[in-house]
Design a protein around this ligand. Sequence first.
Ligand code: AMP
Length: 209
Amino acid sequence: MSSFSEFNLDPRILSAIARMGYKEPTPIQEQAIPVVMQGGDVMGAAQTGTGKTAGFGLPLISKVLPSANTSMSPARHPVRALVLTPTRELADQVSDNLAKYAADTPLRVGVVYGGVDIRPQSEMLRRGVEILTATPGRLLDHLEQRATNLSQVEIVVLDEADRMLDMGFLPDISRILNHLPSKRQSLMFSATFPRLPNSRNLFCAPTPL
Ligand code: AMP
């Protein structure tokens, strides 16, 4: 049985998850966290409820922490980690968790999705946010309005990738990925991997998207 202290996570992350009552990592966390910490790409077969958000969220926060700062200047808070989700409900849920995991750090965590007023989101993006969760269509609206840019993203997560494809988001996702630097870490989570019959609840590999 492993413990969170084995993953080389920042003490500010460990204090947050202790407060949340996480005692030991779930299987997907055990497998994904070390790979992401080492800079590898990950494809994870995992449904909601397996602890996948912390599986990518804890190492993601750890990776962007060296750039954290308390400056008021928006330029000092570019988007460094991007999580794409199919629905606003999932976006909210993921971002809430990321905010809790990062609560003891100066990192800014934000979320944007469609179906609500775009202006408060634009203002938040213009002030700067390091860890952004978004649904694809609304993020493209913000990119078109130049409320944010993704040129400094170091790590991108496609959460519930299978649902995003089912919902027809592939063209939007492709356009978004074109805004990202080619040198980046890519993580993909999906409830199903039809062509990987052996994957039970996780397939974890250094595979580029
Ligand atoms: P997720 O699959 O990421 O949606 O997580 C499902 C639920 O499990 C959420 O309520 C998490 O806060 C919780 N959770 C995630 N990891 C752990 C853990 N290692 N120990 C206890 N609860 C956890």
